[in-house]
Write a protein that binds this ligand. Structure first.
Ligand SMILES: C[S@@+](CC[C@H](N)C(=O)[O-])C[C@H]1O[C@@H](n2cnc3c(N)ncnc32)[C@H](O)[C@@H]1O
Length: 842
């Protein structure tokens, strides 16, 4: 990462430039803008108090963002140039006078928001600077507690220093939500951060010590280093990311061993020091001399004392035991003695009890909570993974259903996953076919309270919020990418359209069931739709026969240009009165035959596709047979086979052969092999079971699946002949005019025919005229014909020079009508030069 310069031109960063551009008085404006973007406190505020407001960019932002007629008061030590809609005055926020002036401006009102971006004069020692900042923040908090409305927001700038935690503790006592954040516009090199405190508790009485810098920052002990951790768990070493401790600038420290014996906090010594020394100081230490001579001070103890930093848990224990033993010998109070004097101990403890302890306890609690939550998450995820694996194993016949708790009712029982009766959702079968097993199981089986516990994703929704959000963002980004690509890339559009058509084919059974003709076929939508439909399922339960018993006889199938779904839709009763909706009008047919443009299949002479007359015949025959059925008194029981028939019929031509258009070289190779008997159908089916066939795509995001789709299929060899056949097919297809051209040609033809008709009528009239001689009639008719054959001359294109008034203009030059072309002298010269060159080459 590049190091940000804080001096010289380094200060003039993008925020500085942007502030200049936008007319803000300081780049600090963006800090407030970004804070407000995150927390949104300004839009709902009517009264704002901006402490330390000079030069006034925060006030500018407030005036811009807050509702009209809001009250904005800005105060600073330095003068603030007037800002429209803002009251400003010069004062020191730590003084009583400033407080009184604010009161006079606010009258009886309370501020919805108090902002503080104050910075005392910095440039002294870091410790002093940070302390001053914390102190100023506390002063601003004091004003906030006086003028802030209950539930109001206080925003303050602080430095991350040793006082930071104490300040945070105070803020936590007064606000329900306290969050520290560093807006992007705040320089990385700056130690400043902003604390946004929401939900002012507005207590009736505030302990003055809470807002007194001396009691908050100075009277409290520094947070004790975690010496226990160092001693009880010495193997886990924590790096000191914050550098040296305050006032502790050396790394190597020794202390007299006698001190260790006498101290009340031996752990602190063991944690902080490197060595317990037995060396006598200049003025002599009797206790140390005695200790040195004690038999309890064994060589092992001495060895341990020599370097505390390399000791393990066991060694520390040894030292502590030794200390207790020596204390007993010296007659110093030990634990046992302390137990006999509980009152003294309690008093001592009460003194130690301070804000830091509370902070530590809070932190500890938070840590334990987080640990628990993450443990639960992990367990849930593992559980889900296990279940998914089991289901997959079962799909691959590696596990019996009993292994995942389906033994009570068997595979077709109430809770059974593969029970077809349960799949009464309009789209469920298709979804299963698509591999949306988990979702279906979740929705359908989950409703039945089967106890299998296959609600694989539901728990994750709650537990894995971050993961979900990330996934959603990725999905949204991928959708955007797809849209962008579709807009720019024709091939991609065509591919997408193809894949949608493929999807539609699958939907044959369920697509028209509810008349949901306008549904998209997106996989993503499937899930949503499943949810919607399953909601309705109760009410419709009686009507739904299940997709395996689908009545599609009533749906006209062939002979129109409409899709399957559209046919289903238009076959409803309401449309019955409109003639010709489902039939192709005869005129159109004739026109199509005349124009020769739409019926591509006829063009190509594709015998597999039935002609319109044949289609009609089929329809007629169907109607008759249906009428016969209706006449009869018996009810036709639909079977699964009949549905299959319907699907089959859709795909078959009149002679019963499947209507398959082979468009890839692989398919053509297969077709050739089948035709020549080189491959049997059984072999083909067998090849279908390959390593790509059992991919679990459930729950995977679209972008991943799309990428995978490029590679997760077997690559079949293709033959030269097959490739050639496909090439020729494509060439023939390309040779055909595209629809637009064909339409234009047809229009032209039609116009000519109309003209000819008109001429004919005129000629007839002339012929009937008895007053004209035959010769005159002939000349008039020939004149008419030649006039009709004459092409209309296009008006010439006017050339306009792009000089004088026309230089550099855009659009039509003045006084020029009709078609025109702008030329400039440069173009003229270039054209001449080109002509010259061409001439020379000749
Ligand atoms: C970073 S500037 C504030 C910028 C301001 N938020 C803006 O957007 O323009 C810090 C300001 O705090 C002011 N300040 C420092 N100590 C102050 C005090 N005791 N009372 C009032 N203002 C003080 C300084 O005069 C300085 O103008």
């Amino acid at each position: 990462m590049a190091i940000q310069k804080k001096h010289g031109k380094g200060r003039l960063d993008k925020w500085y430039k942007l502030a200049k551009e936008k007319g803000y008085r300081a780049r600090a404006a963006f800090k407030l803008i970004q804070l407000n973007k995150k927390y949104g406190f300004l839009e709902k505020s009517k009264v704002v108090l901006d402490l330390c407001a000079a030069p006034g960019s925060w006030c500018q932002v407030c005036a811009e963002t807050m509702p009209k007629d809001s009250l904005i008061i800005g105060v600073d030590l330095a003068p603030i140039k007037p800002i429209p809609k803002v009251i400003t005055f010069q004062s020191d926020i730590t003084t009583e006078k400033c407080r009184a002036t604010i009161r006079s401006h606010l009258k009886t009102w309370k501020a919805d928001c108090v902002l503080h971006d104050g910075a005392p004069n910095v440039g002294t020692a870091w410790v002093q600077d940070s302390y001053n900042q914390a102190e100023l923040a506390l002063h601003s908090l004091k004003l906030a507690t006086e003028f802030l409305i209950e539930g109001g927001t206080f925003v303050t700038k602080v430095f991350r220093s040793k006082d930071y935690n104490k300040l945070l503790w105070v803020l936590n006592q007064l606000f329900t939500k306290v969050e520290a954040t560093k807006p992007p516009s705040s320089r990385n090199v700056s130690a400043e951060i902003f604390v946004v405190c929401r939900g002012f508790k507005a207590p009736k009485r505030i302990d003055p010590r809470l807002l007194d810098p001396r009691s908050v920052f100075e009277d409290l002990a520094d947070p004790a280093p975690n010496n226990e951790a160092k001693v009880y768990n010495p193997e886990v070493k924590k790096r000191k990311r914050e550098g040296y401790e305050e006032g502790d600038w050396t790394q190597y420290k020794e202390i007299a061993a006698s001190e260790f014996i006498q101290t009340t906090d031996p752990i602190a010594i063991l944690g902080q020091y490197n060595k317990l020394t037995f060396e006598q100081p200049k003025n002599g230490d009797v206790a140390l001399a005695a200790l040195d001579k004690l038999p309890e001070t064994t060589p092992e103890i001495r060895e341990c004392c020599n370097d505390l930093k390399i000791l393990g848990r066991k060694d520390f224990k040894l030292l502590l035991k030794w200390r207790l033993r020596v204390r007993e010998i010296f007659g110093l109070p030990t634990k046992k003695a302390a137990a006999a004097e509980p009152l003294v101990e309690v008093e001592e403890e009460a003194k130690v009890e301070n804000m830091d302890d509370e902070l530590r306890i809070q932190e500890e609690l938070q840590r334990i909570k987080e640990k628990e939550v993450s443990k639960k998450k992990k367990e849930r995820r593992k559980d889900n993974e296990r279940k998914q694996k089991e289901i997959m194993r079962m799909q691959m016949h590696m596990t019996a259903p009993m292994d995942i708790g389906m033994e009570q009712e068997g595979p077709r029982g109430d809770g059974a996953m593969f029970r077809l009766k349960a799949i009464n959702e309009p789209d469920a079968l298709r979804r299963i076919a698509k591999g949306k097993m988990t979702k279906v199981a979740e929705e359908v089986i989950g409703q039945q309270d089967s106890g299998i516990g296959t609600s694989l994703d539901t728990d994750d929704d709650e537990s894995d919020d971050d993961g979900d959000r990330l996934e959603r963002e990725l999905d949204a980004m991928y959708d955007q990418y797809k849209e962008r690509k579709a807009a720019a890339d024709v091939k991609y559009r065509a591919k997408k359209a193809r894949s949608e058509v493929d999807d539609e084919e699958w939907e044959g059974v369920s697509g028209s069931e509810n008349g949901n003709s306008d549904d998209d076929d997106d996989d993503d939508d499937d899930d949503d739709r499943l949810e919607e439909e399953s909601d309705d399922s109760d009410s419709e339960a009686g009507d739904i026969k299940g997709p395996l018993l689908k009545d599609l006889d009533g749906v006209p199938q062939e002979g129109t240009d409409l899709s399957k779904r559209a046919r289903g839709f238009f076959s409803q009763d309401v449309f019955k009165s409109i003639p010709g909706l489902l039939d192709v009008p005869e005129e159109e047919e004739e026109e199509e035959e005349d124009v020769d443009m739409h019926n591509v299949d006829q063009d190509s002479g594709d015998e597999d596709i039935p002609s319109i007359q044949e289609q009609k015949k089929q329809q007629k025959a169907k109607k008759e047979s249906k009428a016969k059925e209706d006449d009869g008194d018996f009810e036709v029981v639909k079977t699964q086979d009949s549905d299959d028939d319907w699907e089959e019929k859709e795909k078959k031509s009149k002679d019963g052969r499947p209507r398959i258009d082979i468009i890839t070289a692989e398919a053509m190779t297969l077709a050739h092999q089948l035709a020549r008997g080189e491959k049997t159908a059984a072999e083909l089916i067998d090849e279908g079971y390959n390593k790509y066939a059992f991919k679990d795509r459930e729950g995977l995001p679209d972008w991943f699946l799309d990428d995978e789709a490029k590679h997760d299929k077997p690559h079949k060899p293709i033959t030269k002949e097959a490739a050639q056949a496909i090439k020729e097919k494509l060439r023939a297809l390309n040779a055909r005019p595209i629809k637009k051209v064909a339409e234009a040609k047809a229009r032209k033809k039609l116009k000519q025919a109309q003209k000819l008709e008109k001429l004919k009528k005129k000629a007839d009239l002339l012929l009937e005229d008895e007053g004209m001689s035959e010769k005159d009639k002939a000349t008039t008719i020939s004149k008419l014909l030649s006039a009709a054959a004459r092409k209309k001359r296009k008006p010439p294109v006017k050339v306009v020079k792009a000089t004088g008034a026309n230089r550099g203009i855009q659009g039509r030059p003045r006084g020029v009508k009709g078609r025109y072309k702008m030329v400039d002298p440069r173009m003229k010269k270039e054209m001449r030069a080109l002509k010259r060159i061409a001439k020379r080459r000749k």
